[in-house]
Write a protein that binds this ligand. Structure first.
Ligand code: AMP
Ligand code: TRP
Length: 354
C-alpha cells in the first residue's frame, strides 16, 4: 500500500528506531448548506486540534449530499465553501489529505461491494433515517437516504482508518461501519481495519437555540435556531439574545436547565474553561450577561475564519489545486484497498488478482 504518500515531509519522527505509527483519522462533512456552530464544535475544531498527532484525511462528502434533493449549482457552491472552511479553520494541506469525495470514485465503488454485506434491517434502524422519514412518510424518500451509511462505511474503510472524529449524532453510523467491516473480514478474510468513533467531551451535541431538546442543524426551517459559520456579529448577537432560556435565573448547567446548559457548553467549548469555572464566574449575574458575553465570544471566534474563507473562495485555482493534490493522494490509498476488497469477494477475477 502506498501509505508513504500520506506521511508529509514535516511529519514528526518518533525518537525510537521503530517509529510508532500514528493513528489514521478520517472524517467529513456533507456540503448540504453552510455549516453551523454545531459542525464546528462537534467536528471541525477537533480535527484541527488533533491534526499534528495523527495521520489525517478529511473529505468534503458531496456524494452524500445528493441523498436529499439539492440544486446542482448550490451543491457546487457549497462544496467549494466547505473546502474553503476546512482550510480557514486551520486544516493544513501540507499535513492532512484534503479532498472532495466525488473526485475519488473508489468511494462509490466500495459502497457497492459493502451493499452486499449490509442488511436492510440495520439501515432501517438508523436513528437519522428514522428522523428524516418521521411520521412514516416514505413517499419521495430516495434509496440513497437509506443506503447512506453504507457509503459512509466505504469512506472510512477505504483508508484503513483507526479513528473517526464526529459529533454524537454520527456515532451510530460509525458503529454500523464497524459491524460491516467485522462481517466482511469474517466472511472473506482480513481486509479492513475496524475503526472507532471519537466523540468530543464538550460540544459533541450542540442544541438548537429555539429548542434545547433538538440538535442544532442547518436543515431547521427556523434560521434563529442555529448559528452559521458565515453569520456576521450582529446576526450572531441577535440570535443569541433571542435564544430560549429556562425558568429561574441562576446560570447553572443542570438537567432542569437544558437551554442554559447548551449556552454554557458553547462557552466552555470556545474558551476551554470547564463549566463549573464558568458557573462560578456567573454567580449573581443574569441570563442576559451570559448571552451578551457569548455573542462577543462567538463573533470573535468566527471573524478570522470568515475572513480566511473569503480569501480561499476568491482564488478558485488555488483551492482546486489543493483539492486535486488531495484527491491524488487519497486515490493512492483508496485504490489498493478497493482492489483488495474486490479480490476477496471475487470481483477481481483475473489470474493475477488471485
Ligand atoms: P453534517 O452536517 O451532518 O455533515 O455533520 C458533520 C459533522 O458535524 C458530524 O461529525 C456531526 O456529528 C457534527 N455535527 C452536526 N451537528 C452537530 C451539533 N449540533 N452538535 C455537534 N456536532 C454536530
Ligand atoms: N454522515 C456524516 C454526517 O452526516 C458525514 C460523513 C460521511 C462522514 N462520510 C463520513 C463522517 C465518514 C465521518 C466519516 O455528518
Amino acid at each position: 500500500m502506498t501509505e508513504a504518500q500520506a506521511s508529509p515531509p514535516d511529519a514528526p519522527r518518533a525518537p525510537s528506531a521503530e517509529p510508532k505509527k500514528r493513528p489514521r483519522v478520517f472524517s467529513g462533512v456533507k456540503p448540504t448548506g453552510t455549516l453551523t456552530l454545531g459542525n464546528y464544535l462537534g467536528a471541525l475544531r477537533n480535527w484541527v486540534q488533533g491534526q499534528r498527532e495523527v495521520d489525517p484525511i478529511f473529505c468534503v462528502v458531496n456524494d452524500h449530499a445528493i441523498t436529499i434533493r439539492i440544486d446542482p449549482e448550490e451543491l457546487r457552491r457549497n462544496t467549494r465553501e466547505v473546502a474553503a472552511i476546512y482550510l480557514a479553520v486551520g486544516l493544513d494541506p501540507e499535513h492532512c489529505i484534503l479532498f472532495v469525495q466525488s473526485d475519488v470514485p473508489e468511494h462509490t465503488g466500495l459502497a457497492w461491494v459493502l451493499n452486499s454485506v449490509t442488511y436492510y434491517g440495520e439501515l432501517h434502524r438508523m436513528t437519522q433515517f428514522k428522523d428524516k422519514t418521521a411520521k412514516g412518510k416514505l413517499e419521495g424518500v430516495s434509496a440513497g437516504l437509506l443506503n447512506y451509511p453504507i457509503l459512509m462505511a466505504a469512506d472510512i474503510l477505504l483508508y484503513n482508518t483507526d479513528e473517526v472524529p464526529v459529533g454524537e449524532d454520527q456515532k451510530q453510523h460509525v458503529e454500523l461501519c464497524r459491524d460491516v467491516a467485522i462481517r466482511f473480514n469474517g466472511l472473506f478474510g482480513e481486509t479492513f481495519v475496524v475503526p472507532k468513533p471519537v466523540i468530543p467531551k464538550v460540544g459533541a451535541r450542540i442544541m438548537s437555540l429555539d429548542d434545547p431538546t433538538r440538535k442544532m442543524e442547518k436543515s431547521n426551517p427556523n434560521a434563529g435556531s442555529y448559528i452559521l459559520l458565515t453569520d456576521g456579529p450582529d446576526v450572531i448577537k441577535k440570535k443569541l439574545a433571542r435564544a430560549v432560556t429556562d425558568s429561574g435565573s441562576e446560570i447553572l448547567a443542570t438537567p432542569d436547565k437544558p437551554a442554559i446548559t447548551n449556552l454554557l457548553t458553547i462557552a466552555s467549548a470556545l474558551t476551554g474553561k470547564p463549566i463549573p469555572q464558568l458557573q462560578e464566574a456567573y454567580v449573581g449575574k443574569m441570563y442576559g450577561h451570559l448571552k451578551k458575553d457569548l455573542g462577543e465570544l462567538v463573533s470573535e471566534t468566527l471573524k478570522p475564519i470568515q475572513e480566511k474563507v473569503a480569501t480561499y473562495l476568491a482564488d478558485p485555482a488555488q483551492l482546486e489545486a489543493i483539492l486535486d493534490r488531495g484527491a491524488e493522494r487519497a486515490r493512492a490509498i483508496a485504490g489498493p484497498t478497493l482492489a483488495l476488497a474486490k479480490k476477496r469477494i471475487g470481483l477481481g477475477w483475473k489470474a493475477a488478482a488471485r
